[in-house]
Write a protein that binds this ligand. Sequence first.
Ligand code: MG
Length: 406
Amino acid sequence: MKITGIRTFLMQVDAPNLKGWASDGSFGTRAGSKGLTGTRNWLFVKVYTDAGITGIGECSGWPRVIETAVNDLANVLVGEDPTHIEHLWQKMMTAIMGHGMTGTVGGGAMTGIDMALWDIKGKALNTPVWNLLGGKLRNQIRIYAHANTPEVAKGLVAQGITALKCGGVSSPVAKVAAIRDAIGPDIDLMIDMHGPPWMTPGDAVSLARALEPYHLTWIEDPIAPENLAGYQRLRNSTNIPLAAGERMATIWGLRELIEQELVDVAQPDTGRAGGITQMKKIAAMAEAHHIMMAPHSGSLGPVAEYAALHLMAAIPNALMLERIENDWPGRARTIIPHPIQHNGFLTVPDAPGLGCDIDEAFVAEYPSECNVSNPGIAGSGSYADGTDAEHVYVQTRLKRARYFTA
Ligand SMILES: [Mg+2]
């Protein structure tokens, strides 16, 4: 079998239901302000073969830029045997090395192609990808949803969701306290503190200590991802479990986080960490340090979610998969078939390969317009409270007596 071609499918995607994505309304929709539409694109990749088998993959990590990278990589892949996945991954990594260290853009390009190669291999052998990864440990994958208010949280719990994550931009301690009070002790709760503006390490210590009484499953991205010394300081100052890794790619990108045991939960993004090939290795590195895997999936499309389900089915240290309830309605129309969710779990697919495809005609109805985040707007809630709307990368939290208390 030989690769005959690679095609990309790029689409503009609406923000999820605002109650699920952000409580402050700062992300907008396609119908809204142009400046707010650019936060979310999905990029799908199809790899074609002379055997008539086609593989599907998905790339995150700046999809509009990655589309060009994927088309460049096609030049070194056409004519190759798609079943030699590790060889082709190494060939792609070598091909892009001249551009510098591989971050999530190069990682995203390799991811979509790698995912499609696993899909092809599964179809060729008439077996699901989880079987190629060592077989199934579980038939369903626990998911967690997003909630920023007690009302949304209670609604999700009523639907069977057993784990929730809130965003920590405004009043994080008060928000966690209110949601914990609403959902009780039996639902798992997390908070994502990602910037910008990122917290300083000292502020993250203050916050982590203030959050300790609420028994969070993790505090996510408490400081900027490149500050590993800051993670060590945080580690030494609090017992709250830490999670990070969604902005890193490949085994080398997550190596220090895992080897220095700076986190309890590793969160590589299934769309940009380097593909199923890398995710399986990252999971094994984490397993050796008793670190759990909760792949980042919040902004991803539905093909990467399928890949995550196969991975999570086959690794022992799978914790939970991120999933946005009430996502853009077009999500269900983009993917065939839509994954089955029941009582806070997604069913592991059993069809050969990844077991899914995209509706190409539907994707074509939503051409990409823009793909960068609009910085927060003063008054929208993005910078209130505790930060100023200066559009800086790291910022000390202000009004601390209020910010760090319930
Ligand atoms: Mg996050």
